[in-house]
Write a protein that binds this ligand. Structure first.
Ligand code: SAM
Length: 245
């Protein structure tokens, strides 16, 4: 950005390679840097993130976003992906950069964030991401989007029950909802099991991991869509959050 001396993100090539068996090429590294600069700039007008430090941005926004999809079998095949409640573009934008053959729809209910992301995606030359301003509850009932996606991602949008109700109706049979969580216990899984079943899914896998710089504990929930979701779900706007399943 002209006139402003912004810090440069660390490359962390070895850490990417050791932890995810992948590392960004020169173009991807440049896009990560542009993403960092644009998010910091956007933060002046919009509440996008509290993270400004380069290393923390690398770990919590870049590494954490991509880590959840790194173990997926279908990682090299084209996938239709939706990121629900993407905010400043996480995890969807780093994933669109890291997986150029995937198509990522960035969904948020806040118009200003979507306008920001539309400009960002164009400025970074990301041609495999689109933006959409809507509520997950509305989109889940839309015939062009319902049961359309191979993968639905959701991070920091609400409780696991709310996230399951937002994601699973959008996922096609055989596809996955990926819920990014912080702390998680076996009894949380037990409580979620019947809710996921109600929505046409099953809890296929829960992974626990520590982030590579600050060693923070994180979990990822992988919900497989096994049967069509009943027409009643997702419920109307606001209901999943006010009366969680
Ligand atoms: N996923 C990003 C991240 O991890 O940094 C942003 C998380 S931010 C805390 C939550 C975002 O979800 C906000 O941008 C909000 O506008 C959006 N959101 C909340 N409820 C939503 C809904 N029902 N449908 C679509 N977006 C929603």
């Amino acid at each position: 950005m002209a006139g402003i001396d912004l810090p440069v993100l660390p490359e962390m090539a070895n850490l990417w390679q050791q932890t995810l068996n992948w590392q960004p090429n020169t173009q991807q590294q440049r896009q990560f840097q542009q993403l960092y600069e644009q998010v910091l700039e956007g933060n002046r007008r919009l509440n996008l993130t509290r993270i400004k430090d380069t290393l923390e941005f690398w770990e919590k926004h870049l590494w954490d976003s991509i880590r959840a999809v790194a173990p997926l079998r279908q990682t090299s095949l084209p996938q239709q992906v939706i990121d629900i409640g993407t905010g400043g573009g996480f995890p969807g934008v780093p994933i669109a950069i890291a997986r150029p053959n995937w198509t990522v729809c960035l969904l948020d209910s806040t118009q200003k964030k979507i306008i920001f992301l539309k400009t960002l995606v164009a400025a970074l030359g990301i041609d495999n991401a689109s933006t959409l301003c809507d509520r997950a509850e509305q989109l889940g009932q839309h015939r062009h989007h319902r049961e359309h996606y191979d993968i639905a991602l959701i991070r920091a949008v609400g409780s696991a029950s709310i996230c399951a109700e937002y994601t699973l109706p959008l996922v096609k049979i055989g596809g996955l909802a990926v819920l990014y969580r912080g702390q998680w216990t076996a009894s949380d899984t037990q409580a979620l099991d019947s809710i996921v079943e109600k929505l046409g899914g099953k809890v296929e896998l829960v992974t626990r991991f520590t982030t590579p710089v600050s060693q923070s504990v994180r979990h990822c929930l992988y919900l497989r869509k096994v049967t069509p979701t009943l027409a009643a779900y997702p419920r109307s706007t606001g209901v999943p959050a006010q009366q969680p399943l």
